[in-house]
Design a protein around this ligand. Structure first.
Ligand code: ADP
Ligand code: MG
Length: 287
């Protein structure tokens, strides 16, 4: 769906390469998460792919076509939810969506149905100026769904939302994937990426040194061991056992049958740990 090869980019009048030979691809029907520290170029990458920053070098293809030849047809097939909501504050939520829907040539969805998806149906006739940040973000997301696009760009889609709203948004993103859409999202929330992304890429120093399936990265960067905590006569003790053939480990089996266990944990890395390792390694390379 998206193929990026050796993409490099600097903002005008800046000699800093925000993107430096960036390569990655996104398959049809997957949720791809671009992760990386603040300022690493996540939003820039998305803006280039939407055709908003044309002065890049390298190649980028979407729908198997170079983005150097983007036309109106392209915008009919994508949906975009920017990091900062782009909405008319004096208009109501419904008026905003009707206005944006009118910009499309192809048939658009019923705005009320979309508002219902994100729990904003009851606020349809309220002015957006009175919305909380989380509500604006969700309305922003609604905007991207009007044209029922095949490919969605979500830049930090759960920013400013409380845990319940954020969960609603994540569920919506998963539902969109189940409808067959391809989703390219950025986030700095690793738990979120872990929960919903099929694949993630860590953007740092202008390129993606590490990418993969979250569960595999966590295994790769963590330790394949089990930590067992026991308590015998008020004395606690932590012991670790390799996960391999643990069912045949006599010492482990003895503890398991001892009735002294307080807790057991596998020590796989979290995506946070992977993020920190990858970005630290990148800093090391700079020196
Ligand atoms: P992220 O989304 O990962 O936080 P951005 O893509 O917004 O990162 O920014 C990447 C880098 O480009 C940052 O150093 C930022 O300061 C710089 N930058 C972003 N927008 C502009 C702009 N319009 N003009 C100049 N520099 C910019
Ligand atoms: Mg950003």
């Amino acid at each position: 769906m998206i193929e990026v090869e050796n993409l490099s980019f600097a903002y005008p009048k800046s000699n800093i390469l925000v993107l430096d030979n960036l390569s990655f691809s996104i398959n049809k029907g997957e949720i791809y998460g671009l992760l990386g520290p603040s300022g690493s170029g996540k939003s820039t990458t998305q803006k280039i792919l939407m055709g908003l920053l044309p002065k890049f070098s390298g190649t980028a293809k979407i729908f198997n076509q170079s983005i150097r030849h983007i036309n109106r047809f392209f915008y009919e097939k994508i949906g975009v939810s920017f990091e900062l909501p782009t909405l008319y504050l004096r208009l109501t939520a419904l008026e905003n969506l009707k206005l944006f829907a009118a910009l499309y040539e192809s048939k658009t969805k019923d705005p009320m149905e979309i508002l219902d998806l994100v729990g904003l149906k009851d606020s349809a006739n309220q002015r957006v100026g009175n919305f909380s940040k989380g509500m604006k973000m969700r309305l922003n997301l609604c905007r991207s769904l009007l044209n029922d696009p095949d490919l969605l760009f979500f830049d930090e889609p759960t920013t400013g939302q409380d845990p319940k709203q954020a969960r609603l948004t994540r569920e919506l993103i998963l539902r969109l994937k189940n409808e067959g859409k391809t989703i390219f999202l950025t986030t700095h929330n690793m738990a979120e990426a872990d929960e919903i992304c099929d694949r993630v890429g860590f953007l740092t120093n202008g390129y993606i040194p590490v990418s993969g399936i979250p569960s595999e990265l966590k295994k790769q960067y963590g330790k394949n061991i089990l930590q067992v905590e026991t308590k015998i006569k008020d004395k606690t003790k932590k012991q670790i056992f390799p996960m391999e053939n643990i069912g045949k480990n006599a010492q482990f089996l003895k503890i398991l049958n001892s009735n002294n266990i307080i807790s057991m944990h596998t020590l796989e890395a979290s995506l946070d740990d992977v993020f920190i390792k990858v970005t630290d390694e990148a800093k090391g390379r700079d020196k």
